[in-house]
Design a protein around this ligand. Structure first.
Ligand SMILES: Cc1ncc(COP(=O)(O)O)c(C=O)c1O
Length: 373
């Protein structure tokens, strides 16, 4: 059972009142008035959303004690990434329109989410992934949910071209973030943040790959603001990996590379929308090195107990980089979206961590390693 903040504060006092939500029914029912219409009978949900907004306990002290840092931990969605918010909407709409199959190109998480929601809907799913370039956990999800998984000898951008063409020519629904319902669902994360904080943050930080999520968050904040919620609009800060930074470089990257495979994208489909989100909000999109991404990834796990993907940790790496040039002022509130769970790629965690210590099977040897003997 999850815990959500009361939508209306009883007696006031930020953070003071919480409600156990035995009847939580997923993002579509929670935020229906802000989403495209859909009949109850067509809603395909695995109770996505309602993810925790975790206040930094330790990292903010190391980086800048004057700044409030919150992590929106999207790795706690049903398939362990933010994609589920968009997928509940896209698959529900596909089902309502009579579609019997979905297709996507994916760096991994979209395929995991599409496969799960298609399984729940009882329709087929087809997945195109770049060969050898997706984390094992994500591949295992697509396979176990029963998708037809095709590894393309090419990159994500090339796979997306094929998926778009097939969806254009055949009766198969494309569920990449170019499907507008995906962004509709994903914008609900902004609603949750405003509902929980009681106001919009000063800065919102996101990884940028295909650039759908930063677009969705910005749409969410602006729609909520127009509805009188949030009090202000945040500045959107997006981050790309240095080897896959087309928006920062202002040109397509033919052979993108980065340790953060989820954002290994050289020609983002929502490029112009992300630029609009950046400019309208007065934010920025910058590049971060793989080395800094991995440092932030370890830092989150070892200082906050939060295990996320390298792509997600780029937000913290970006915050650190900006803080080094005195970007923030005292009292600023920053929200960082941690887009996916670290368990998607345990191999990476093992690679960047200390090896386990092999110890003889006796108490004294164990005590010696513990420094107690
Ligand atoms: C974990 C993770 N973070 C970030 C992104 C980037 O999101 P977007 O493609 O919407 O920019 C993705 C996309 O696959 C992802 O899987």
């Amino acid at each position: 059972m999850k815990v959500i903040p009361l939508p209306l504060w009883v007696g006031g006092g930020r953070g003071g009142f919480i409600l156990i939500a035995p009847n939580y029914k997923g993002i579509i029912k929670r935020y229906r008035e802000f989403l495209p219409e859909i009949d109850d009978k067509h809603i395909i949900t695995i109770l996505e959303g309602n993810t925790p907004l975790i206040k930094s306990r330790n990292i903010h002290k190391i980086i800048n004690p004057g700044v409030d840092i919150y992590f929106k931990y999207e790795g706690l969605n049903p398939t362990c990434s933010f994609k589920d918010r968009g997928m509940t909407m896209a698959v529900s709409k596909a089902v309502s329109e009579g579609s019997k199959a979905v297709i996507c190109a994916s760096t991994g998480n979209t395929s995991a989410s599409a496969s799960a929601y298609a399984a729940r809907a009882g329709i087929k799913s087809f997945v195109l992934i770049p060969e050898g370039k997706i984390a094992a956990g994500k591949l295992s999800q697509a396979l176990v949910h029963g998708s037809i998984v095709m590894q393309i000898r090419g990159n994500f951008d090339e796979a997306l071209v094929i998926a778009r063409e097939i969806a254009g020519d055949y009766d198969v629904t494309l569920v990449n973030s170019v499907n507008p319902y995906r962004l509709e669902g994903q914008k609900t994360a902004s609603f949750e943040i405003v509902d929980e904080l009681g106001f919009a943050p000063d800065y919102h930080m996101l990884p940028v790959g295909n650039a759908g999520n930063i677009t969705a968050y910005w749409n969410g904040y602006t729609e909520y603001f127009k509805a009188g919620k949030g009090g202000k609009l945040p500045k959107m800060l997006g981050f790309q990996a240095e080897g896959s930074a087309p928006i920062v470089l202002n040109h397509i990257v033919k052979e993108p590379h980065t340790v953060a495979t989820a954002i290994r994208i050289g020609n983002p489909a929502s490029w112009q929308k992300a630029v609009a989100a950046r400019d309208e909000s007065g934010g920025l999109i910058e590049a971060v090195s793989d080395e800094d991404i991995l440092k932030a990834y370890s830092m989150l796990a070892s200082n906050e107990g939060i295990f996320c993907e390298p792509a997600s940790a780029i937000t913290l790496a970006g915050l650190i980089k900006l803080n080094e040039r005195a970007f923030f002022k005292k009292g600023d509130v920053c929200v960082l979206t941690l887009t996916g769970h670290g368990l998607k790629d345990p191999g990476n965690a093992i690679k960047v961590s200390k090896e386990p210590i092999i110890v003889p099977c006796d108490k004294h040897s164990v005590l010696k390693v513990m420094g107690l003997a």
